[in-house]
Write a protein that binds this ligand. Structure first.
Ligand code: 6PG
Length: 472
């Protein structure tokens, strides 16, 4: 019997779709799932009449694959991934390659790469973005590990990935856990943009008195602009139009206002703090989810403090795309990308990942959840200046800041007066205002630190380290 090119472990929706994608692109496949009945069901339904076979156990699975074996694991991140590696390892042979396509913590991937490679197996930690549809039609993929391991799957990944005008949305990211690190940061940016769009919806609803259909129209308008055309704006426009089949009312208004999270946003913020990256917009989006989950406390507090009074501010009209709100959305979205890229720049230095920023922007242009036209500008910014410390300093992005800062300021102050929380917008405003202030008040912080703890300070007029006896 001819052996299969490619093996997949884990027939969740992502796994199913990825194996169908590989098969469609000419790679015969074998699949394994912990519960064999799931494999049988898949082979009888979506996997029927294709070059896909099933394996009853891991020994059978490994035997059905050509060597060196290329095995993609799509299992739950954490313990389940370690368990699969442990169970399959006895059947693997030198040169075989395991690929983890889940949302794994990058430090787990670092450990697995070194453990597996010490046994002469290859190991790739690969971020996969695009949800179920992307997995089937073409995701964005972020593989990290040793380059030789990547080379063994490059032709397969190039075909499976989404395609944009300058190539497939996959590239070798770097060594160790760099692929999962980049995917984690992708998700941090994703959290930011989702919260930003939710804040704009809230303002249009509560300050401008618009209904979901009207708000949806504004998202449709934004999606046609260079600054905001993106997958997340597109699906927001769509979600806001959907009605509850039971009574025809707007379905989003029936959804409980508690946002879940699986960990990647938190890991992004923790990594940023460890690396000394300033990520207030991304952090605000994470905190927005935490705050949202405190539903009963919020209800109690609202009955104690009262709900915000109804205010009406002029925040634009549908015909101008709610101009000031659009300014706030554009600048906060830019801030999310800028902060994400800043984490990557610092991680590249700290962890010796040697990340190539234009390529990362390139592979995010298609397939993934944060795909947008802005990524072309981001790619160009890093081509123009590979050492760019922050996107806000690039000529195109700085022009956006100059033109839109008034609008963002107006939106944040109107929201504050109306008592409506806009954590991403207000964090972005402080981020930009801090970033463009050459003298901040931290001179006084330094004085306090030196006063109580003799921590010393630098001076602006003399070189050296100084201490003063402040207790006059
Ligand atoms: C993607 C998504 C995907 C998933 C996240 C959502 O790029 O395809 O990021 O990986 O939707 O896990 O994360 P939360 O559940 O934490 O929002």
């Amino acid at each position: 019997m001819t052996k299969a090119h490619f093996g997949l472990i884990g027939l969740g929706v992502m796994g199913e779709n990825l194996v169908l994608n590989a098969e469609r692109n000419g790679f015969s496949s074998v699949v394994y799932n912990r519960t064999y009945s799931k494999t049988e069901d898949f082979l009888k339904s979506r996997g029927a009449d294709k070059s896909i076979s099933g394996a009853i156990d891991l020994k059978d699975f490994v035997e059905k694959l050509e060597r060196p074996r290329r095995i993609l694991m799509m299992v739950k991140a954490g313990k389940a991934t370690d368990a699969v590696i442990q169970q399959i390892s006895p059947f693997l042979e030198e040169g075989d390659l395991l690929i983890d396509g889940g949302n794994s913590l990058f430090s787990d991937t670092e450990r697995r790469v070194s453990e597996l490679e010490s046994k002469s197996f290859g190991y790739i930690g690969m971020g996969v973005s695009g949800g179920a549809k992307g997995a089937l039609q073409g995701p964005s993929m972020m593989p990290g590990g040793t380059k030789s391991s990547y080379k063994a799957i490059e032709p397969l990944l190039n075909k499976m990935a989404a395609q944009v005008e300058d190539g497939p949305c996959v590239t070798y990211i770097g060594p160790g856990g760099s692929g999962h690190f980049v995917k984690t940061v992708h998700n941090g940016i994703e959290y930011g943009i989702e919260q930003i769009l939710a804040e704009s919806y809230d303002l249009m609803k509560r300050v401008c008195g618009m209904n979901c259909d009207e708000i949806s129209e504004v998202f449709g308008f934004w999606n046609k602009t260079e600054e905001l055309s993106s997958y997340l704006v597109e699906i927001t426009e769509m979600c806001l139009k959907v009605k509850d089949p039971e009574d025809g009312s707007d379905l989003v208004e029936k959804i409980m206002d508690k946002a879940g999270q699986k960990g990647t946003g938190l890991w992004t913020v923790v990594s940023a703090l460890q690396l000394g990256a300033s990520v207030p917009t991304i952090y605000a989006s994470l905190n927005g989810r935490v705050m949202s989950s405190m539903k009963s406390q919020r209800q109690r507090a609202e009955s104690l403090f009262g709900s915000p009074k109804t205010y009406s501010f002029n925040l634009g009209s549908k015909s101008d795309g709610m101009a000031p709100i659009m300014d706030a959305v554009v600048l906060s979205t830019i801030a999310s990308y800028a902060q994400g890229m800043e984490i990557l720049r610092l991680a590249s230095e700290e962890y010796k990942y040697e990340l190539h920023m234009p390529s990362i922007a390139q592979i995010w242009k298609g397939g993934c959840i944060i795909r947008s036209t802005l990524l072309k500008r981001i790619q160009e910014a890093f081509i123009l200046d590979p050492q760019l410390p922050n996107l806000l300093l690039d000529p195109w992005f700085s022009k956006q800041v100059k033109e839109r800062l008034n609008g963002l300021t107006k939106v944040v102050s109107a929201s504050a007066e109306a008592g409506i929380p806009v954590p991403c917008f207000s964090s972005t405003l402080d981020y930009i205002n801090s970033y463009k202030t050459s003298r901040l008040p931290q001179n006084l912080v330094q004085a306090m630190r030196d006063c109580f703890g003799s921590h010393t300070y630098e001076r602006i007029d003399k070189v050296g380290s100084f201490h003063t006896d402040w207790d006059v």
